[in-house]
Design a protein around this ligand. Structure first.
Ligand SMILES: [Zn+2]
Length: 421
């Protein structure tokens, strides 16, 4: 039998990322994919999440390894060093054996491209070249006017100079940085197997199919081999709730994104902020076929809070009160629609689960405050919430497993609902 106690690479087949901020969710995550054509990434954490939860890269991977050993899990599984932005963090994650590296060059993405006139764009393009911010100085000549037969019925052409200049301005420097990061990953992992994702999901404007094509072609040209790519899709992928936007428009663009991923890679499309995007999962699953990766994290934390709500309503109420006090501050780094006044201040015990774990605003109030709750948040008698939540989950491990299986199993089932698997 293969030794799957350690994480490994998963390749181009369907995979699902299960972020676990408390380190106790893997058994429930396993239950949700057992027997399904999905591989699990049981360890998945970004540096930002590590900081917000006061954990080390090894804590995350060890929590998953322990669960794998205890449960006797024999399928391959992965470990995602999510949203990496610099060299130091690449090595930090590689040192403890992560297998999946997500390059996040978003600090180098220029979000103002859409606002600029053709003349200004032309000037900026010359500047980018003279400042050596592009990986190649002939991007305009290389792509302008060129057509690509992406699929039988999809032909994309860089026929508009301004549109191409925008793509270069928006992503050119980020691509150069992504190549740098890719080289660091190769160096840090040297003989160990690894796979790489590029994520541009955290940008202000959507990645158009033509921009995706530009990114995909450039990655290929630069020799940056990715297993998946996370575009920023149209509509809103807010944390912890369903997709917001026009579903048929989403589908139209998704067909192109998936075809571009096949053409330029093949690589998988990666769906970030994948928690609870139930209305589009059947579409994503059908169009992607096997080449799909989905990342979730917040939703497993919310299911942990559901266990608290069911088993210790007083603690849950204290957590809720604390989250409300933190919300306006903590929401700042997120794109969410929730406001405190969407939820009444006084809620009866038996309505708390509905208001805070079904209602979208309630979910987001609990979601964005996770870092505060887990680091520094205390109950009225001075005990850290983190300790209280963990000891509750250990006591109610079966229930935690069941709610995770139900909730994440629903994600998996919907992704497969319009496929033949
Ligand atoms: Zn992301």
């Amino acid at each position: 039998m293969i030794n799957n106690k350690k994480p490994s690479v998963l390749g181009l087949k369907r995979s699902f990322g299960f972020g676990d901020r408390l380190g106790l969710a893997t058994p429930g995550h396993m239950d949700s994919i057992a027997g399904k054509p999905f591989s699990g990434i049981f360890a998945q954490q970004s540096i930002r999440e590590l900081n917000r939860t006061n954990r080390q890269p090894s804590d995350v991977i060890n929590a998953a390894i322990n669960a794998v050993e205890q449960e006797g899990w024999v399928q391959p599984w992965g470990a995602d060093a999510d949203h990496l932005q610099n060299r130091e963090d690449v090595f930090r994650m590689a040192n403890v054996g992560y297998t999946f590296y997500t390059i996040d060059p978003s600090n180098y993405v220029n979000n103002t491209a859409d606002l600029l006139s053709p003349d200004v764009l032309q000037d900026i393009y010359q500047k980018l070249i003279s400042q050596n911010k592009l990986e190649s100085s002939d991007l305009l000549e290389r792509y302008l006017g060129v057509s690509y037969q992406i699929a039988d019925s999809i032909n994309l052409t860089f026929d508009d100079r301004t549109v191409l200049l925008k793509a270069i301005f928006k992503y050119g420097n980020a691509l150069k940085y992504a190549k740098k990061m890719y080289n660091w990953i190769c160096e840090a992992c040297h003989n160990n197997p690894y796979e790489v994702e590029i994520s541009v999901d955290e940008t202000d404007t959507p990645t158009t199919p033509l921009e995706h094509l530009f990114i995909g072609l450039e990655l290929k040209r630069m020799g940056v081999k990715v297993v998946s790519l996370a575009p920023r899709f149209i509509g809103a992928f807010e944390k912890g709730i369903d997709y917001k936007g026009n579903i048929s428009e989403f589908e139209k663009q998704y067909i192109q994104h998936a075809a571009i991923a096949k053409y330029c890679g093949p690589y998988k499309i990666s769906i970030h902020s994948g928690s609870d995007k139930f209305s589009i999962y059947p579409i994503i699953g059908r169009i992607s076929g096997e080449q799909i990766h989905v990342k979730t994290a917040g939703t497993s934390y919310l299911e942990a809070l559901r266990v608290i709500c069911i088993t210790d309503i007083l603690l849950f109420r204290e957590v809720v009160t604390y989250c409300r006090s933190r919300f306006n501050k903590d929401k700042k780094s997120y794109h969410i629609s929730a406001e405190l006044n969407h939820i009444p201040e006084r809620v009866e015990d038996h309505d708390l689960e509905d208001w805070y774990l079904s209602n979208e605003s309630g979910r987001q109030i609990l979601h964005v405050t996770f870092g505060s709750v887990l680091v520094g948040g205390k109950s009225s008698d001075g005990k850290p919430f983190k300790d209280l939540i963990i000891s509750n989950l250990l006591k109610n491990d079966q229930l935690y497993r069941e709610v995770l299986q139900k909730h994440l199993g629903k994600h998996i089932d919907l992704l497969l609902s319009e496929t033949n698997s």
